[in-house]
Write a protein that binds this ligand. Structure first.
Ligand code: NDP
Ligand code: 2IT
Length: 447
């Protein structure tokens, strides 16, 4: 529910951004928590900070022409939304998925602004992507697509301007193709212009693992604040991509057992706990479907093409696939089966009604902009290493990541208490992230 002023403001956002349902959803979810902030800080309303924050600083939309292996010309549409640079250069990933359109990129960019603020690192927020479907494409086609995309995108980037990274469909291979083309066009080895690079060519140790590990660290802190821990818990994860794989690995290292994960073709149930090496081989190396995991793992493991991974009983659930993948009926099933904690590895995976079900049931709920901030935080550590031409050890980097996640948890926890919503990480994350951005914007003049 929004109060009258915020409702009017939200209506204006909808009117100015017609048809962008995911962006509306992300804005609404933040506005719902800002009433008490405006009451406490009237200068933010006077200066129209919310209206400004909801309007991206710059939006770029461009054509990406490329030729497939049969010689046919293909045309995709790509986006870069440079949302807010009050705290640092625009920072956020690129997504390659057929569902990408302006509304998705804007919701992701909007979330990124507050997420990046929560990390405490000097990074603004942005996001990009293309409606390109990498599934079934050859290595050569992927490379041609990346090169064509960067041939336009490069003019908008720079280590002090805008620094992309990966997201769905964009991993180290794609970052390589993008960075290589940037380097050729600009004639600069500007490592800090993109993150998620391979560790042989400027990438930081732990960046690949960081989002998933960070989610596990965040859950551990959530449980600790209720005098519990991951050790001995049963967990479920959706997705089986970059975030999911490393969330599973770290949860299991901390003593939890992940009994299910998924991809867009279905889900597997593995009562003995997911074999991460096998999962990585099937999904990351061979790029096969999740049923191949079940087939190779043996008779105790089942694959289902129908139903939902959220029907599998667990103590802790971690949605790590995509937006709006956990609906109210899934939330109800999780609650019914005894789930007491949820942390979002993906961006906005739980629908608003799903969040309400968790809240009413007293489930501890870690929203994506807090729980999955470890990825972008470690990207900022990669930028830091690039700038100083240094590289840190795995142990040091992981320790930094842990401290950042524990710090985000503490900040969200304390802010929620201060604003009269103890234990509500949605309030804590939105208010704390927003205040950091708002204060910087006020200080920088009319920006
Ligand atoms: P990947 O491309 O590595 O993996 C995505 C996974 O989610 C795959 O298992 C994929 O299945 C599944 N998935 C994607 N879209 C859909 C869909 N429409 N329906 C069902 N399943 C789907 O991406 P990441 O692991 O990097 O990203 C996962 C989520 O985490 C995204 O929401 C992303 O924004 C978020 N995130 C990522 C960060 C990062 O550092 N990479 C940082 C913070 C958040 P399939 O292979 O079948 O498509
Ligand atoms: O959603 C995200 O935070 C990411 N995809 C990571 C962004 C980054 O710049 O590392």
């Amino acid at each position: 529910m929004l109060d009258e002023k915020l409702e009017a403001l939200f209506d204006e956002v909808v009117k100015r951004n017609l048809g962008e349902a995911e962006f509306h959803q992300a804005v609404h979810e933040v506005l719902e928590t800002l009433g008490p902030v405006l009451a406490k800080h009237p200068e933010l309303a006077e200066q129209k900070i919310i209206q400004r924050v909801c309007e991206p600083e710059r939006q770029v939309i461009f054509r990406v022409p490329w030729q497939d292996d049969s010689g046919e010309v293909q045309i995709n549409r790509a986006f870069r939304v440079e949302f807010n640079s009050a705290l640092g250069p625009y920072k956020g990933g690129l997504r390659f998925h057929p569902s990408v359109y302006l509304g998705i990129v804007k919701f992701l960019g909007f979330e990124q602004v507050f997420k990046n603020a929560l990390t405490g690192m000097p990074i603004g927020g942005g996001k990009g992507g293309a409606d390109f479907d990498p599934k079934g494409r050859s290595e050569a086609e992927i490379m041609r697509f990346c090169q064509s995309l960067m041939t336009e995108l490069y003019r908008h980037l720079g280590e002090y301007t805008d620094v992309p990274a990966g997201d769905i469909g964009v991993g180290t291979r794609e970052i390589g193709g993008l960075f290589g083309q940037y380097k050729r066009i600009t004639n600069r080895y500007e490592s800090g212009v993109i993150t998620g690079k391979g560790t042989d060519w400027g990438g930081a140790l732990v960046r690949k693992e960081a989002t998933g590990y960070g989610v596990a660290f965040f859950v551990e802190e959530m449980l600790r604040s209720r005098s519990r821990c991951l050790d001995g818990t049963t967990c479920t994860v959706s997705g089986s991509g970059n975030v999911a794989i490393y969330a599973i690995e770290k949860v299991q290292a901390l003593g939890g057992r992940v009994v299910a994960c998924s991809d867009s073709s279905g889900y597997v149930v593995d009562p003995n706990g997911i074999d991460v090496d096998l999962l990585r081989q099937v999904k990351e190396v061979e790029r096969r479907r999740i049923d191949v995991y079940a087939e190779r793992r043996g008779p105790l493991v089942s694959f289902s093409a129908d139903g939902s991974v959220w029907d599998v009983p667990c103590d802790v659930a971690m949605p790590c696939a995509t937006q709006n993948e956990l609906h109210s009926r899934d939330a109800a099933a999780l609650v019914r089966n005894g789930c007491t904690a949820v942390a979002e590895g993906a961006n906005m995976p739980t629908t608003p009604r799903g969040v309400r079900v968790f809240r009413e049931a007293g489930v501890s709920f870690g929203p994506g902009k807090a729980a999955n901030a470890g990825g972008v935080a470690t990207s900022a550590l990669e930028m830091q290493q690039n700038a100083s031409r240094d590289s840190w050890t795995f142990e040091h980097s992981e320790q930094r990541l842990y401290e950042i996640m524990a710090g985000i948890h503490r900040l969200c926890h304390e802010t929620a208490e201060e604003y009269g919503a103890p234990g509500d990480y949605v309030v804590g994350a939105n208010v704390a992230g927003f205040l950091r951005v708002a204060r910087a914007m006020l200080a920088l003049g009319l920006v």
